[in-house]
Design a protein around this ligand. Structure first.
Ligand SMILES: C[S@@+](CC[C@H](N)C(=O)[O-])C[C@H]1O[C@@H](n2cnc3c(N)ncnc32)[C@H](O)[C@@H]1O
Length: 275
């Protein structure tokens, strides 16, 4: 019963197509607006993840879970990609509550001897305003080819509706601290998490984001879910969530992992209940 009730509030969708991510994939939202959009799009670094240029698996991953994942596409012409990002930000605006927050995760990429910064498209849109920027220092580039990305940091652009006068933010809690015990300053230090998904975010980091920018009982949307770390964080922190992933293999793996996760959590809860 409890698990079902929990699941009801966490809808995960396989939207099944590459390219523009738009309303059709999110009919579940039914016009509903959310408190936090945790947006981690693919970076368009031209790779056929998870294989490197020599066709080998990239370092640090469990070969078994990766076998067979071959249909990952991340090589759009740059102008198409940037327009997709702008469309996505429009989508965020339309699905955000008036005091909601978008945490948009991106990084500096190298292309044609140039460093491409996310500001290239972020500053071309006017509906969302950047109110904070967090640098995530993960200590290494791990799974990313250094010729394609700039360094071992990622960026979180914290954005609100241009017209928003206030937005939700939990500022004062010690349990928001990173691996250096720091709860306030950027960069945030979190080592990468080993996972079947090549771009999985550490769960602790996703929890920090959810706790900081989504009120208890609120709703998180994770439109580029991958291994759905944001949804798991929401689940653990008593927030609702909705997510989508377009790669069928990622989607299936993720559903299996989430089911196992829920079963383990349920078993743990049952053993800790007073007899
Ligand atoms: C950078 S990863 C996100 C990783 C995620 N934050 C995690 O912790 O696992 C981006 C994900 O978006 C998925 N994706 C790409 N285009 C998509 C689309 N149009 N709709 C939904 N998911 C998409 C990719 O397959 C990939 O799993």
């Amino acid at each position: 019963m409890f698990t079902l009730a929990l699941m009801d509030q966490h809808t995960f969708t396989h939207n099944g197509w590459y390219g523009r991510l738009i309303n059709a994939s999110y009919t579940e939202l039914n016009g509903e607006r959310v408190n936090l959009i945790h947006g981690c799009p693919p970076y368009n670094i031209g790779s056929k993840c998870p294989l490197d240029k020599g066709g080998r698996l990239r370092g640090g991953f469990d070969n078994k879970s990766y076998t067979g994942i071959t249909d990952y596409k991340d090589d759009y012409p740059e102008d198409v990609y940037e327009q997709m990002q702008l469309d996505f930000l429009d989508w965020c605006y339309d699905h955000l509550l008036v005091d909601g927050v978008v945490v948009y995760n991106h990084k500096h990429r190298r292309k044609n001897k140039e460093i491409l910064q996310p500001e290239r498209w972020l500053l071309r849109q006017k509906k969302l305003r950047i109110v904070d920027m967090v640098t995530w220092d993960k200590g290494s580039t791990v799974n990313h080819d250094k010729t394609q990305v700039w360094n071992h940091t990622e960026l979180f652009y914290v954005m609100v509706k241009a017209e928003a006068k206030r937005w939700y933010m939990d500022t004062d809690r010690d349990d928001l601290s990173d691996e250096h015990g720091d709860s306030r300053k950027t960069p945030w230090y979190f080592a990468p998490q080993k996972s079947w998904h090549q771009a999985a975010m550490p769960l602790k980091l996703a929890m920090r984001i959810v706790r900081k920018w989504c009120p208890p009982g609120g709703k998180v949307a994770e439109p580029y879910a991958g291994s759905a770390t944001g949804m798991l964080a929401a689940l653990l922190l008593g927030r609702n969530s909705i997510g989508a992933e377009n790669n069928s293999q990622f989607f299936m793996t993720c559903c299996n992992e989430m089911t196992l996760f829920l079963q383990r959590a349920k078993a743990q809860m049952q053993t800790s209940l007073p007899k």
